[in-house]
Design a binder for this molecule. Structure first.
Ligand SMILES: O=P(O)(O)OC[C@H]1O[C@H](O)[C@H](O)[C@@H](O)[C@@H]1O
Length: 542
């Protein structure tokens, strides 16, 4: 089964006798593709209608965002004439994942600051005389982004640089950030309020930082525009309907994980962007699709694919999809330009949401972790009591799953993994550390996947809270959660706030852990006494 277009090729595979054809036929008969394009908010049922009514603006951005291309290019020239050549982006989730992959695809440098880790943030405070900082937040209320902005304002001021010439804000009209930015005299780009954060790649959120960094954003819009007619057609050849039908039908049949692997694409980071789109859009009401982003074609979870996984490869290398047929029988391969991929996946996710029976435009469980972190910072939350300390690692565990008497890290990890359902379980490693300095920790994902034979994800906190965090709390109760926290080389104050970045980061880890625990989901936290202790954790988990 394949559909070909110069800009987009999609091959899908489904098990014999599956419901895929019936689901696809139903989508065509119901006019779902043209309905999405026309802004029909009723497609996801009455409960989703309000939200969908203000979230369907993304379908036409390839034409509506055009004016931004020249506007951003003009600002880039202005900044370059003043010697400003480095772009830092402060933003979480939908406000940074798209520009990150857009710049990667174009081979253009962009420093993405999507963390509250003090060491990570401090490392970005360099070359200030040549730096412009884009502060992106749709709501204008995200604490990480606000904290990063405050740190940069202070750093510019300390360096004798007027922040007004160096901070560019992207936000929705009327947000608190718009107001404070105007008061401070910052350059403001207003985004489209009819587009949700994770669907905003082709709005100002994707185009302003990328354009300032030097990407040809007009070309990106052209790539999306080229496939738009295909994606809006009520036809069984429509790749958006086909990919959405595949994900939805597979999910209904019990394949509720999607292994997403780069098959030679120049935009490896696409996996992280799609991860947020799919996890946050579908992971709710006890349902959803968990993306398992895999870097290599021979990694565990790809070759050892399990029956609850759909295998999706992206990039020019077709062999990957064919050679490693998923054991579930559900699979797809997409080769497309980046602009086409972005629009394809937005359509496919909205379609899959309808098939699964959820609202693909809200994120009802993200707020609970934010509230728990706020409570911790305000001194309202209970500080967790450690179970025991072994060398450099202090261990915390949520109640109800760890057998009494366990007093070493190896057995605690074993006990956590023993809770995995052999057919549907997954392991989520959540590292609240510096994702540049501590990058090698991500290798434990492979070791755990091999050891358990189960889908294993790895996320950097707090980045993943704005992505898979919704699925962990709102999706099926099948995960076990392994948090890794640590002590920074040095903490960093947040100007004008009563908390430091390390306090905030710790509150985020503890807060999210407490929300998971309150839902009865097993959480084990390994806290490192210093940044140098990664080897110890790698050994225990490997
Ligand atoms: O752009 P912001 O309003 O700062 O939001 C950043 C992120 O925040 C939350 O986590 C939402 O769940 C994400 O969908 C969003 O992308």
């Amino acid at each position: 089964m394949s559909s070909t277009d110069p800009a987009l090729e999609l091959v899908v595979g489904s098990p014999d006798g599956s419901a895929y054809d019936a689901v696809l036929g139903g989508l065509v008969a119901d006019g779902v593709a043209s309905g999405i394009a026309a802004g029909d908010a009723t497609l996801w049922g009455p409960a989703a209608e309000d939200e969908a009514g203000k979230r369907l603006g993304w379908t036409s951005l390839s034409t509506r965002s055009r004016p931004l291309v020249d506007e951003v290019a003009a600002l880039r020239e202005e900044l370059r004439a003043a010697g400003v050549t480095r772009v830092v982006l402060c933003g979480m989730g939908g406000s940074s994942l798209a520009p990150e992959v857009i710049c990667e695809a174009a081979g253009v440098a962009l420093d993405v600051l999507d963390s509250s880790d003090p060491d990570f943030v401090r490392a970005a405070l360099v070359r200030l005389d040549e730096t412009v900082v884009v502060v992106s937040s749709k709501s204008g209320g995200t604490v990480e982004t606000d904290s990063q902005k405050r740190v940069f304002e202070q750093a510019f001021t300390d360096a004798g640089i007027d922040p007004a010439g160096r901070i560019v804000v992207v936000t929705d009209p009327g947000s608190p950030l718009e107001q404070s930015a105007r008061e401070a005299g910052y350059r403001v780009f207003l985004a489209d309020p009819e587009v949700g954060g994770r669907y905003s790649a082709l709005t100002a959120f994707g185009l302003v930082p990328s354009g300032l960094a030097g990407v040809d954003t007009g070309r990106l819009l052209d790539e999306a525009e080229a496939v738009r007619p295909l994606l809006e057609a009520d036809s069984p050849d429509n790749p958006g309907l086909r990919l959405g039908a595949l994900l939805g039908a597979a999910n209904r049949a019990g394949a509720d994980k999607m292994v997403l692997v780069n098959a030679g694409a120049s935009y490896a980071g696409f996996g992280d962007w799609a991860e947020q789109l799919v996890a946050e859009s579908t992971g709710k009401d006890g349902k959803g699709i968990l993306p398992v982003v895999v870097g290599r074609e021979d990694a565990p979870n790809l070759t050892a694919s399990t029956r609850d996984e759909v295998l999706v490869t992206f990039g020019p290398d077709h062999a990957a999809g064919d050679a490693d047929a998923p054991s579930s029988g559900w699979g797809a391969h997409v080769d497309a330009t980046l602009g086409a991929q972005l629009l394809l996946w937005e359509h496919a996710t909205a379609v899959a949401g309808r098939v699964i029976g959820i609202n693909p435009f809200d994120q009802p469980d993200v707020e609970s972790a934010k509230a728990a972190a706020r409570e911790m910072l305000d001194g309202g939350g209970t500080s967790p009591t450690p179970l025991f300390t072994e060398g450099a690692i202090t261990v915390y565990a949520s109640e109800g799953w760890l057998p009494p008497g366990v007093d070493d890290v190896e057995h605690a990890v074993r006990a956590l993994l023993a809770h995995l359902d052999p057919d549907h379980g997954y392991v989520a490693v959540q590292a609240y550390l510096d994702r540049h300095r501590d990058a090698t920790l991500a290798r434990v994902r492979d070791g755990l996947a091999r050891r358990t034979g189960r889908p294993t994800t790895f996320g950097w906190g707090p980045r993943f809270l704005h992505s898979t965090g919704q699925y962990h709390k709102g999706g099926p109760d099948t995960g076990v959660y392994l948090q890794v926290t640590g002590e920074p080389e040095a903490d960093l104050a947040v100007p004008g706030r009563e908390f430091t970045l390390h306090e905030f980061l710790t509150a985020q880890a503890v807060g999210d852990g407490s929300v998971l625990a309150a839902k009865g989901r097993p959480v084990l936290r390994l806290h490192l006494s210093s940044p140098a202790e990664l080897d110890v954790v790698r050994q225990v988990l490997g």
